[in-house]
Design a protein around this ligand. Structure first.
Ligand SMILES: [Zn+2]
Length: 148
């Protein structure tokens, strides 16, 4: 039984089911050299039924590992979904079991930043960049001096 499955029958009669999960991030289906999920996904919330809908409220958090846009060093930054509300028509839930892994996955992936920068947005590599280039330039010019 997947941790993501909600049994509709258990919610009948106005039951509110708490959701409190810590899950490995495999369900996100993403593990690339420049996009990794190094920690578990925490999801908390609740689910209940109205006359026609399953309602799901969730908060979720994990972290994502991506390269700094400036120095290319891999860094971990928090990834959060603050307030996800999902409504699913009960009539469309097959077998009276709703699996919310895809709902959670989409909500997290929407929050992915396009680019990240290390050191809280002030890449330490940025300061070092110009002295480094200068040194390289000087080195390149030494041999030509001798040619004259
Ligand atoms: Zn950086």
């Amino acid at each position: 039984m997947s941790a993501f499955k909600i049994l509709i029958d258990r919610l009948k009669g106005g039951q509110v089911q708490k959701i409190d999960l810590q899950i490995t991030p495999e369900f996100l289906g993403l593990d690339e050299p420049e996009l990794k999920f190094p920690s578990k996904v925490t999801a908390k919330g609740e689910t209940y039924l109205t006359d026609e809908y399953l309602i799901l409220h969730l908060k979720a958090s994990t972290s994502v590992r991506m390269p700094c846009a400036v120095c290319n060093e891999m860094i971990d930054i928090p990834l959060k979904v603050d307030n996800l509300t999902h409504t699913e028509p009960i009539s469309e839930i097959k077998g009276a079991i709703f699996d919310f892994s895809e709902t959670l996955r989409e909500a997290l992936l929407i929050e992915l930043p396009r680019t990240v920068e290390c050191n809280g947005g002030k890449c330490t590599g940025r300061e070092g960049l110009s002295p480094f280039l200068k040194t390289e330039k000087d080195r390149t010019h030494f041999p030509f001096k001798d040619l004259n």
